[in-house]
Write a protein that binds this ligand. Structure first.
Ligand code: 6PG
Length: 472
């Protein structure tokens, strides 16, 4: 029997869909799952694609079923399970074979795993796969990191299964070691900020203007036809229009307002902090999820302090246009921050991350896919060395027209007692970014006063100390 082109371990939702995607593109895929029953069920449900699937009962059988050099995708939960699978596979594979971790791994784990495997092998790739269940099945965005020679071996398969934007595959090798997983982490950080800002605008409409979910849905649907056009805006309109079959109420109204998080958003904020690069909109989005989780405390808080009533004035077209522009401005800042973090990591780890290519492979397949990413790709193509997305001509012009609207929404929300933390952070970032003389001169003075930490002067070189008059 013809050997398989690739192996895949882990037939959970993502793994199963990825395996079907591979089989559908004409590659033979050998699959293994910890529980045999799941493997059998998967093959039984694969329909005509089963002819391209080799079900393996053991890891030994999987290793024996694949053409050399043998690429094996791991689609198991990030963390310990990945280390366990690597340990189990290592004795069965040769130096030239390739383990591909396609889960949402922390890039620091990926770096560690690569270092461990260095020398004796097998080779290792860490790839970020975005697009959820649908993406895995019909075309995700794929962010690849690791040895380029290993990538070349699986390039035809990864290109074939990736989403397409026009003729282009949304898959690319982005750099060595943990580059792929780092980029996926920042993708998710941006996803958090994007989702949070959308939720904040929903909050302004619901709590500030008293609109029902069914009235907000068409607003997002309309925005999806304009500059905000994106998968997240599109699904927001659909989510808001959906009804709960058991109560007949809008489904969002019966969902508990406590958000989950698996860790990638938090990692983005941590890595931004570690690199010393401000990613305040992402941080605000992560913190908002944590605040959402303390439901009990918030209930006591409302009983103690109350919440302002919605405004009496109806929301008109002009107000909606302002909200749309505010969301756009906030989004520009969040993406600029995410890309700045990637640029910082690229410098720190010597990855030479291709920022334009990253934007390009995010145009389709992934959760933050949008036409906006095409604009970011074009901005980086025109100015690859730019210090900041906010300084590129296209985005500077966009901020110029939209930031007054962001300011108005943030100011009005503050007055109305509606929290818009990600939008506020974005505005604060912009206002800080555009003021050449900030207030850190005072911070430096305080540090010198209490700790003799020294400061630089604006008129003289070197490190200086103040002659502070202190009480003794
Ligand atoms: C994607 C998603 C995907 C997943 C996250 C959700 O790009 O396909 O980001 O990775 O939905 O794990 O993360 P949270 O559970 O942290 O929201």
């Amino acid at each position: 029997m013809k050997k398989a082109d690739i192996g895949l371990i882990g037939l959970g939702v993502m793994g199963a869909n990825l395996a079907l995607n591979i089989a559908e593109k004409g590659f033979r895929v050998a699959v293994f799952n910890r529980t045999l029953a799941r493997t059998q069920e998967f093959v039984a449900e694969a329909g005509p694609l089963a002819s391209n699937i080799v079900a393996c009962e053991t890891l030994e059988a999987l290793a024996g079923a694949i053409e050399r050099p043998r690429p094996v995708i791991l689609m198991v939960p990030a963390g310990r399970a990945v280390d366990e699978q690597i340990a189990a596979l290592r004795p069965l594979l040769d130096r030239d074979d390739i383990i591909i971790d396609a889960g949402n791994a922390n890039f620091r784990d990926t770096r560690r795993r690569m270092e461990t495997l260095m020398g004796d092998g097998p080779r290792f790739l860490g790839i970020g796969v975005s697009g959820g269940e649908e993406g895995a099945r019909h075309g995700p965005s794929i962010m690849i990191g690791g040895a380029q020679d290993a990538y070349r071996t699986v390039e035809p398969i990864l290109n074939a299964i990736a989403a397409r934007y026009g003729d282009e595959a949304c898959a690319a090798w982005l750099g060595p070691d943990g580059a792929g997983h780092f980029v996926k982490t920042i993708h998710n950080g941006i996803e958090y900020a994007d989702m949070q800002m959308i939720a904040e605008v929903y909050g302004v409409l619901r709590d500030g203007h008293g609109l029902a979910a069914g009235d907000i849905a068409p607003i997002f649907a309309k925005w999806n036809e304009g500059r905000l056009n994106s998968y997240l805006i599109e699904i927001t309109a659909e989510v808001l229009a959906a009804r709960d079959t058991s109560t007949g109420k809008p489904l969002v109204d019966v969902i508990l307002d406590s958000a989950g998080q698996k860790g990638t958003g938090r990692w983005s904020a941590i890595e931004a902090q570690t690199l010393g690069i401000p990613a305040t909109a992402i941080e605000a989005a992560v913190a908002a999820r944590s605040l959402s989780a303390i439901k009990h405390e918030r209930e006591i808080g409302e009983a103690r302090f109350g919440v302002p009533a919605p405004a009496a004035d109806p929301v008109d077209e002009q107000r909606l246009a302002i909200l749309e522009q505010a969301l756009l401005a906030g989004k520009v800042v969040a993406y600029a921050q995410g890309f700045a973090v990637m640029a910082g990591a690229s410098r720190e780890f010597g990855w030479n991350l291709p920022l334009g290519t990253i934007a390009r492979i995010w145009r389709a397949g992934c959760i933050i896919r949008s036409q906006f990413l095409g604009e970011i790709a074009a901005a980086y193509d025109a100015a690859p060395e730019t210090e900041d997305l906010l300084l590129t001509p296209a985005f500077a012009a966009l901020m110029e027209t939209t930031h007054p609207h962001l300011r108005e929404v943030v100011a009005q929300s503050a007055r109305a007692g509606i929290a818009v933390p990600a939008l506020s952070s974005a505005l604060a970032h912009f206002d800080t970014f555009r003021r050449a003389r900030g207030t850190a001169n005072l911070i430096q003075a305080q540090r010198d006063y209490f700790g003799a930490h020294g400061f630089e002067r604006i008129d003289r070189a070197g490190t200086h100390h103040g002659e502070w008059v202190r009480d003794v």
